[in-house]
Ligand binder design. Structure first.
Ligand code: DX5
Ligand code: ZN
Length: 230
């Protein structure tokens, strides 16, 4: 059975002056998960928000809070993100020397454990932790900023990781430069969770968000549909 298709808007592209309302708006516009990009100005060259902000917006949506930690070190903050309401916590394989330990710690907190790979990192980095994973997040831009162009060379990595996963119950998430056009490519390659920031929040109102999410979902669904023999 293929994993369900999930569209996860990244609030990095939301209007931060009314973040709670923006989270509610993408929720009602059809988001499956809410993607939270946490950046520390050290692991990536940008700073966003941390546990207090996540805690403050937790009541704005009942959808899964998918927390992407672009921070190093990460281990000492996992507990704070779990307490703030993160349900999925993803750490970068490049962020610390003890990935196996980080993944165990995330599950011990009662959260789903994810690992992310930068575009330049080979998928062999996660070969020996597959059974500790609930999610693999492949970056299709270099992390740090929204609105960057999709890196097509990552499509091959999505295919390889899809095949590494086999029949394990692991979601394969793609993050960066996802638009209706690239959504079709990543879905065809095997991704089932699509993060999109600028392509969802463009337009700035909930009618646009609904249309934007629908366009991404429709393109991905079409690419995932079994090809007819005709
Ligand atoms: C990049 C973040 C992404 C980003 C995606 O470091 O992890 O989630 O917000 O933004 P878009 O969809 O605009 O590329
Ligand atoms: Zn992200």
């Amino acid at each position: 059975m293929p994993r369900p298709l999930i569209i996860a808007p990244s609030i990095l592209s939301a209007d931060f002056s009314k973040l709670g309302a923006e989270v509610t708006a993408v929720d009602t516009a059809g988001a499956d998960w809410i993607h939270l990009d946490v950046m520390d100005g050290h692991f990536v060259p940008n700073i966003t928000f941390g546990p207090p902000v996540i805690s403050a917006i937790r009541s704005s949506s009942k959808k899964t809070f998918d927390c992407h930690l672009m921070i190093a070190p990460a281990d000492c903050y996992l507990d704070a993100f779990a307490k703030a309401g993160a349900e999925i916590i993803t750490v970068h394989a490049e962020a610390g020397p003890h990935l196996d330990r980080s993944l165990q710690a995330i599950r011990a907190l009662g959260c789903r454990a994810g690992v992310s790979l930068n575009p330049g990192t080979h998928e062999s980095a996660i070969e020996h932790v597959l059974d500790r994973l609930d999610l693999i997040l492949l970056m299709t831009v270099n992390p740090g900023f929204g609105g960057q162009a999709f890196i097509p060379a990552q499509l091959e990595k999505i295919r390889r990781v899809r095949s590494m996963i086999g029949d394990r119950p692991i979601d394969l998430e793609v993050d960066g430069g996802v638009t209706p056009e690239t959504a079709a490519l990543v879905a065809e390659a095997g991704a089932n969770v699509l993060v999109a920031g600028s392509a969802v929040f463009k337009g700035g109102n909930k009618e646009s968000y609904a249309a934007n999410i629908k366009a991404i979902r429709t393109a991905a669904e079409k690419a995932r549909a079994p090809k007819s023999a005709a």
